[in-house]
Design a protein around this ligand. Structure first.
Ligand SMILES: [Zn+2]
Length: 494
């Protein structure tokens, strides 16, 4: 029910009012009382942005008229959202245009064909209308599961948010074209398993682009209406807050959790890959969001990691970092399921300042958000040290760079943690410390002192130096070749 509308307009709407297709507007309602704000937050309205006493919300023209009649302070940001979509399509040029599902598919095939050693294109399954849901895995030996820290980037849960497939496509291109040329990008490809699903909702995107319609959901036929909100269909804390039981609603969450093939496809991938980190792209509000979204003050044992890594990413895109509920609470969203069910450190970017900026703005959105995304991929190794992955172990391929990054991050986090959170992180920190020591000594045994010097130089690794030294001495005494000059270097380490 439109409870918020009832509160504000002292009217009770029947659910049939908006069943037919009606034009919609994006409006800013300001000067709202606490009671009115409370009625909006957690309601089934399609909220784009919120503040202390305002909301930016999608309304039907009937609802808008009622708000005006009730004397509310209304500013029409986009009076006709269909006309807005049509304008964005019309103003495209050959050099500044959004991808479509078809051109994206072609581009994916071209990129993967040009880099077959580090990229594999596959379909996770088909959408309601039978489109393939494309996923690219980027890694060295991409056909093998190497147990490296796994990362997921997913765009376009929501049809109307066209920059949200452009940015993951740009990340893909950056990784593939930088491989073998840029040291950091090469390492990320070699030491990670990166999954990019640029368009989770191909039917919705195609509908919005070909029909010039403002559209959010997928295209499931539901009675006389269409569509389930894919970012309300996940199965962790699926429920009524911030979502709707009524098919006409833009936040209709389906008849139950995981009813939509697009989301079932992602679920299968996530259960197989056990992602260390995930990032879902949405627009708009210039926010970095982290779970939980389902209720205010839902306890998140890894909140410190979310805040720390969130702020690091925000250094690149200049967004505000906040818990999902500070935007508005909602149930059945991707981040809650990825983190709640899979222990994935799951973020959402709400990019830009409008749903569909002019196509000339795509490059700027990518310039802000590709580096932030790459940072999360890099951080997956350090995060692996500091969060449980389900098994009581670290990813088998964690390299020295990741182990040292994990030790440094843990060193920052540990003093701020208490109780079992601290014990849990400390135990994994010890695991990573041992791993770092082993890796450094093994390199030393092969005659390369570089790793040992990096270990010694990392302040967070000081506590493992005695262990590493003992191991090096043991190996020397038991016949492993450790040249005299390297042994001298070990003994000289303070
Ligand atoms: Zn969205």
């Amino acid at each position: 029910m439109r409870r918020a509308l009832a509160v504000i307009c002292l009217l009770v709407l029947t659910t049939g009012v908006a069943a037919a297709w009606t034009p919609k507007a994006l409006v800013r309602l300001s000067g709202l009382s606490d009671q009115e704000m409370k009625a909006f937050l957690g309601s089934d309205f399609d909220l784009a942005a919120t503040g202390p006493d305002f909301v930016e919300v999608v309304l039907t023209h009937d609802e808008l008229a009622m708000m005006k009649k009730a004397g509310k302070k209304v500013r029409e940001l986009i009076p006709d959202l269909d006309a807005y979509v049509a304008r964005r399509l019309a103003e495209q040029t050959p050099t500044a245009a959004y991808l479509t599902y078809e051109t994206m598919t072609t581009r994916l095939r071209e990129l993967v064909a040009a880099h077959p050693a580090i990229a594999v294109l596959s379909s996770l399954g088909q959408s309601i209308e039978g489109r393939e849901i494309w996923a690219v895995k980027v890694s060295d030996h991409p056909e093998r599961d190497e147990k490296e820290p796994a990362c997921l980037l997913a765009g376009a849960h929501h049809a109307r948010e066209w920059t949200t497939f452009e940015v993951p496509m740009a990340v893909l291109q950056t990784l593939l074209e930088g491989y073998g040329k840029d040291e950091r990008l090469t390492r990320l490809v070699n030491e990670r398993e990166i999954w990019i699903v640029p368009m989770v909702n191909p039917d919705g995107v195609t509908w919005s682009q070909t029909q010039a319609k403002y559209w959010r959901k997928n295209r499931r036929p539901v009675g006389s209406s269409f569509g389930v909100d894919l970012n309300r269909n996940y199965g962790y804390q699926w429920g009524p807050t911030g979502s709707s039981d009524y098919p006409y609603s833009d936040t209709y969450h389906g008849t139950g959790p995981f009813t939509e093939p697009e989301i079932v496809a992602l679920k299968g991938l996530a259960e197989r890959e056990q992602f260390q980190v995930s990032l879902c792209y949405h627009s708009y509000s210039e926010l970095v969001l982290y779970p939980f979204a389902y209720a205010y003050n839902a306890p998140n044992p890894d909140e410190l990691i979310f805040k720390t890594v969130g702020r690091e990413m925000a250094a690149f895109n200049k967004y505000k970092v906040q818990n999902c509920t500070e935007l508005y609470p909602c149930m059945g969203v991707s981040d809650d399921w990825f983190y709640g069910a899979g222990k994935t450190i799951a973020f959402t970017f709400e990019m830009g300042r409008e749903f569909i900026p002019p196509a000339t703005e795509i490059a700027r959105q990518c310039a802000l958000n590709v580096p932030a995304s790459l940072h999360l991929i890099e951080r997956a190794g350090a995060i692996a040290v500091n969060t449980p992955t389900g098994a009581d172990d670290l990813p088998a391929h964690l390299d020295l760079t990741d182990a040292l990054a994990g030790l440094a991050l843990g060193q920052r986090l540990l003093p701020q943690l208490t109780g079992t959170d601290r014990e849990r992180t400390a135990a994994r920190w010890q695991l990573a410390a041992r791993r770092a020591a082993e890796l450094a000594v093994a390199e030393l045994g092969r005659g390369d002192p570089g790793a040992w010097r990096r270990l010694v130089a990392e302040p967070a690794a000081r506590t493992v130096l005695p262990l590493a030294r003992a191991r090096a001495l043991f190996e020397h005494c038991h016949g492993r070749p450790l040249p005299a000059d390297l042994l001298a270097e070990v003994l000289a380490t303070r």
